[in-house]
Ligand binder design. Sequence first.
Ligand code: OGA
Ligand code: MN
Length: 200
Amino acid sequence: MEETWQVSFESIISQIIEQGYGILDSFLSEGEIAELNESFLAHYRASEFKQAGISKGHEVVKNIRGDEILWLEKETANSVETTFLARLEEFMNYVNYTCFLGLRSYEIHYASYPVGTFYKRHLDKFRNDSGRKLSFICYLNQNWQADNGGELVMYLPDKEELVLPLAGRLVVFESDKIEHEVLPATRERRSLTGWLRNID
Ligand code: OGA
Ligand code: MN
């Protein structure tokens, strides 16, 4: 692994241990952000996105969750998507090597929050266990401004923190520990969101 990634991955892990979640800016380069936005648009224009559901039953409930998603499959990923998945696998391997979480698989989707939509406070882990250990979100929003909103609210034991969805930023936290929420935005809000799991 490149040494730069090792330092970055180590930083995410120590932030999770110290404050419950970790942030890494520039998980993606400017070029990768641009290419992933192109891929996102191509999928979106091909009507591949579907309204997201809120549990394993996948009921659509827009007053809880308003995003549209597209699951990313390794077998059909294009070049930049493959680069993204490979970097994430490196992170997963690094976490296994250092933290003994026994991560074995992952699931990832693109997410689009149309203007004004949100995802109310929730925990990512399903009640009937899905093996989700770590949640991650990587944002694709070029030139996002603070007044565009769309913050991720992290509900920590003693405080709430707001995280702006800036392009290339990766946020990671323990799926069964941190409740969080997505606030409405004045622009469409894009990300790649997923989970590292301890089952296949
Ligand atoms: C989710 C989620 C957070 C975000 O998809 O479960 O909480 O910032 N996303 O998009
Ligand atoms: Mn969530």
